[in-house]
Design a protein around this ligand. Structure first.
Ligand code: ADP
Ligand code: ZN
Length: 730
């Protein structure tokens, strides 16, 4: 058994965040160190962050082994967390140092807490009382023993900071150092929540009871948008906090809105810790430390909040569990939803997966009894599900470069007359997806990638959606050099915005697309403004489908319902189904019933028909049967292997060598397909070749893959990435 403490001089194995293939031996420092301690160790000429992972191997000459330099002043990593990182690494075939980096994403972890000056009432009286001085002292008297920063105290008592400094000199105000990393205000789970409907109360009761028992379990909480899923899981959060354990609510980044945080704050009387990409370094450090000490009880965060060092986590909610943004697509390729289930199972914690349109994976896990399924049947209050209609585009006549049919236009006009909002949905950013030369037919592509450049008129440039490379809009054709013959082909949201302005001249038109705002915050502010009524016609990409409330929105027009049905992607039908249902769910959330209209050239397509009929179970059963027949996830296992490098022949050689030496895979009954150029065959100048591995559900795929790819020696600039359970196929 690994000891839990190492005396000075004992050999310890330290896992660092450096890309090495194993932990290194060091001597425990003066005073010894705990198993799991965060430490600084020398590595060559540098000092690096690491964690004491176990006893040292003793494979080295003891005299030459170096000592741990410093034990950081933070709680040691718990056994559970080390096990979690190991299992997550084994599942995703990620090297341990990369996992450790994910778990230490806060700068300056080990620095002593930085200090700031705070001010409170001092022991003396000022020699001379002025109005300003009196205001400060009365303000402080009112707040008893509380301390304030200089700026807070000056602002709140309405004086300049020099007044306060003057009082400090006289001892009437005391100046002290106080650590910056303050605990989060305690949450009050005892505050009353909303009175729940019968349906909601049953679901909340079920999950809360499981949380109180304190064992592992996963619940799929399904209910249409507006049915009160959030109310239900906040009850479960309350039960968890009341039991003295921490809770985590994961949301897709874009759904982390001020509106949501306000709702949580109202429910629990204090602000939760917010972990997202916009958090400052200081905020991240504070959250990381406080979570580890148990001084942050509730964390609301994006994907990577799962890797914080919780002291006693009892509940993980994954809201919008089907959302594709839970799958990280670069660096460590993990799916936060699946890793949440893994972590909870190690902790004896409950997981709630909430969605209006669950992923087929979760649906199947509920069907097979692995997850408990709870359904909320109706929308809360008077709101009802929108009416769904298709517009058969084969019978509509549209002038060229127009995408809004007459039928849809009339429906929008009617909403505008009623003073209501309408949304036109198109899942394509930019102005036009193709820029074409009318003289020679050349389409402008990215120089680095195998992708077309998309015109962004708002930015006045062409942009590659793969690598982000931009270039100015050419006036002469890069191929035949004809002048002024370049033309946009097809619509993006910006172009649709132009059409809407022309069609609805009296309406305020707003285009919502992630690239049109400087930051996620700015975008969220814009969305909130629009929800409050700042626009009449909203043009949006898929980001408007995520969790926002538009109470006055009563019509959603889907410009191209066929868009998602084309790709060769395994999940194309599922994605289209989810997206259309969610977009439709934006309409009629408050008192006014909504309508969703889908423009389509294939109204007979089974997915379109299932959406129309609102027949979710029917759709899932049909989709499940197809996947089961094909032996693909969730009824079979898949992994993608992407090899990339600057030289295409070399990449193919390596991929062919892998395909030829697939014995470790065939031994376990897995098959290899490829190599083939990846759907996007070149990104940032690197050629990409893909192999696909398929296996039966019970196959221990990771071990076989590790053995298989371990055989090749990657020469030069060649890289290999393994994507277990690939979500997108690029
Ligand atoms: P979902 O998460 O399923 O989209 P929400 O929990 O956000 O649904 O509920 C939708 C709206 O209805 C919210 O404004 C919420 O406050 C309100 N609501 C839901 N249930 C209740 C309830 N039992 N009492 C009062 N308001 C409720
Ligand atoms: Zn590119």
């Amino acid at each position: 058994m690994t000891p839990s403490f190492f005396d000075e001089g004992a050999l310890v194995a330290v896992l660092t965040t450096q890309p090495l293939d194993r932990a290194l031996d060091y001597k425990a420092p003066e005073g010894g160190c705990h198993l799991g301690a965060f430490v600084e160790v020398p590595l060559g000429p540098r000092k690096v962050l690491g964690v004491v992972w176990g006893a040292g191997t003793g494979d080295y000459d003891y005299a030459k082994v170096r000592s741990v330099m410093r034990v950081l002043d933070v709680a040691p990593m718990r056994d559970e967390m080390r096990t979690f990182l190991e299992k997550a690494a084994a599942y995703t075939l990620t090297p341990m140092p990369a996992m450790l980096r994910l778990a230490t994403r806060a700068p300056g972890l080990g620095d002593p807490p930085s200090m700031r000056k705070v001010y409170r009432r001092g022991p003396s009286e000022p020699d001379r009382m002025t109005d300003a001085r009196r205001r400060v002292l009365e303000f402080l008297a009112e707040y008893g023993d509380l301390a304030f920063t200089l700026k807070e105290l000056a602002d709140l008592s309405g004086v300049t900071s020099s007044v306060i400094k003057g009082l400090v000199k006289q001892g009437a105000v005391a100046e002290e150092d106080s650590p910056r990393d303050l605990p989060f205000a305690p949450m009050d789970p005892g505050r009353p929540g909303k009175a729940l409907t019968e349906d909601q109360a049953r679901a909340a009761g079920h999950i809360s009871a499981a949380v109180k028992v304190g064992t592992y379990g996963t619940t799929l909480l399904r209910g249409v948008t507006g049915s009160g899923k959030t109310e239900v899981y906040l009850e479960a959060v309350a039960a968890c906090l009341a039991a003295g354990r921490q809770a985590l609510v994961l949301l897709p980044e874009i759904a982390l809105t001020a509106e949501f945080l306000k709702r949580v704050e109202e429910r629990f009387g204090a602000r939760p810790a917010e972990w997202h990409s916009g958090a400052t370094m200081t905020e991240r450090r504070r959250i990381w430390r406080m979570v580890g000490q148990g001084n942050a009880q509730l964390v609301i965060g994006a994907r990577s909040a799962l890797f914080l060092p919780y002291q006693n986590l009892g509940l993980i909610v994954v809201d919008e569990e089907h959302d594709t943004s839970y799958k990280q697509e670069d660096g460590v390729l993990y799916n936060a939803r699946d890793m949440a289930v893994l972590r909870a199972s190690l902790l004896g914690a409950q997981v709630v997966l909430a969605s209006a349109t669950p992923s087929l994976e979760s649906w199947a896990n509920a069907e097979s009894g692995k997850y408990t399924r709870l359904d909320l049947e109706a929308r809360f209050g008077p709101a009802v599900m929108p009416t769904m209609q298709t517009i058969d585009m084969r019978t509509e006549t549209l002038p060229s470069n127009r995408w809004v049919s007459d039928t849809l236009k009339r429906a929008v006009d009617q909403r505008l007359e009623n003073g209501e909002q309408a949304m036109l949905f198109l899942n394509r950013r930019g102005y036009a997806p193709i820029t074409l030369c009318r003289a020679c037919g050349h389409q402008v592509g990215c120089d680095q990638c195998d992708a077309r450049m998309v015109e962004h008129r708002f930015l006045k440039r062409l942009m590659c959606h793969q690598c982000g490379e931009t270039k100015p809009m050419p006036t002469t054709c890069p191929s035949c050099e004809a002048e002024d013959r370049m033309a946009p082909v097809g619509p993006g949201v910006e172009r649709l915005g132009e059409e809407a302005v022309a069609l609805f001249p009296d309406a305020r038109v707003a285009v919502l697309s992630s690239d049109m705002y400087g930051s996620a915050r700015a975008l969220k502010a814009e969305i909130e403004g629009i929800a409050a009524g700042a626009a009449d016609v909203i043009i949006g990409t898929q980001l408007v489908a995520k969790g926002h409330n538009f109470p006055n929105l009563t019509l959603v027009g889907v410009i191209d319902a066929d868009l998602g049905l084309q790709g060769s992607d395994l999940r194309a039908a599922e994605r289209t189904f989810q997206l259309m249902r969610q977009v439709a769910g934006r309409a009629g959330r408050a008192e006014k019933p909504g309508t969703a209209m889908m423009q389509t050239f294939q109204p007979e397509h089974p997915v379109i028909r299932a959406i129309l009929a609102g027949d979710e179970e029917g759709f899932w059963r049909a989709e499940a049967a197809e996947r089961e027949a094909a032996g693909v996830p969730p009824y079979g296992r898949m992994a993608g292997i992407i090899l990339s490098g600057p030289d295409v022949a070399q990449v193919f050689d390596a991929a062919n060598a892998l395909a030829r030496n697939a014995a470790p895979l065939t031994r376990v009954g897995a098959q290899v397909y490829g190599p083939a150029p990846a759907p996007i065959a070149r990104i940032r100048g690197r050629h990409r070749v893909r192999l696909l591995v398929k296996a039966g559900k019970g196959v221990a795929l990771q071990g076989a893959i590790a053995q298989w790819v371990g055989q090749v020696h990657l020469k030069g600039d060649l890289r290999l990435a393994v994507d277990i359970d690939p979500q997108s196929f690029y």
